[in-house]
Each structure stands twice: as structure tokens, then as C-alpha cells.
Design a protein around this ligand. Sequence first.
Ligand SMILES: [Cu+2]
Length: 223
Amino acid sequence: MRRRTALVLALGATLFAPAEALAQNPKLQGTVGPGFSIRLLGPNGQAVTQLDPGTYDIVVSDLSEEHNFHLQGPGVNETTSLEFVGTVTWTVTFRDGRYTYVCDPHAAQMQGSFVAGDPPDPPPPPLPPKVQKLVATVGPRATITLRNAKGGHLHGLKAGLYTIVVRDRSKLHNVHLAGAGINRKTKIAGTGIVTWKVRLRKGTLRFYSDASPKKLKGSVRIG
Ligand SMILES: [Cu+2]
């Protein structure tokens, strides 16, 4: 045994610089359980938040049957099973990117993450919900429509905030929107343009003229 080690070391010394031949993968210590805790510590005993890309040995102590340790990110997807209790070592190579470790059944409360190298910027936060625009038109002939801002037909809408531009172009008809959380109308004899800001709820939004509610009518599903 000793002879073999010596031989490997001698070979290593000729093939590599000595420091590289003896270099070991840096070690990280992952622990999950026994309570609702999950950790990944670096050689200094601090939680890992930033690493250089490269190959690491991850020693994972899974201390609970209720929890697992799942490490995921670019090029890496390692997990202990839920029932497993014990210690495993994974040799993984981190490249530039973001990595997360979670207990899968309790991912909301048992999770952590770190970055390796110089990852791409995180995606921007989601924009506030857009107020969508609709256009309701009655007249000048005996027609009523509810369209999107580009004049396209509606095939169902999502519940949410809407600006509805109401174009009443007929002195014989009005626009009446009812259902899905609203009930508003223009005057039959009047004409003009008004804008209503409304919050549409799930249901059926009906639009019709009160002068001819069976002929000038339509509806759209709000889902
Ligand atoms: Cu868990």
C-alpha cells in the first residue's frame, strides 16, 4: 500500500506541479435536519453565499427522515432521498451561476442559495399588473361591440383591472355593461366617449343596449 502511494505521488510529481498533485477539492458541509433547518457551510464554517467556479466535495449530513437535501443549479442536480438518514459525499463542479439547496417537501421554509463565479443578472422583478384596455362601441348603426384596444375580438379575459373606453355613437342606444362585478351604463339618448376604470371579476360580462337588449348584445367570459 505504501509503495503504491509513493508511486502515485512520484508519477504525480512528474506530471503535475506538486501543489496541484496534492491539491484536494475544497470541501463544503451540507446539513439538513434534525429540525426544520438546512445549511451549507464553507471551510471557514460560514454559510456559503459565493464560491469560485470549480470542483468541490459536498459532504451532506441528512439527519432526518422527514427532510432531504437537494442541491440544484447549472450542471448540478443532487439530492438525498427523503427516507435517507446518513452522510453522503458528492463531487460536483460549479460553473458561473446560481445554485439552490432545499428540502423539497418544505422548500418554502427550508432553502438557501449561493452564486458561483459571475452569474448572469437575476431576472428583473415582475412588473406591476398591467391595466388592460377595452373599447365598447355602440352605433352609429344598430351594433354593439366590445373589443380589445387594437380592435380585436375577445376570447375570454382574465379577472383584473381594466380601462374601458365607451364610445356611445347612437342617440337610440346606450352601452350597458353588467356582470363580472360591474353594472354601468351610458344614457340612451346621449352620445359621447367616457372611460370607466373597472375591476372585472370571474363570471360573464354582458354588454348590451337597454333600448334593444335582445338584439344589441354580447358577452365575454372573465376567467
Ligand atoms: Cu423538510
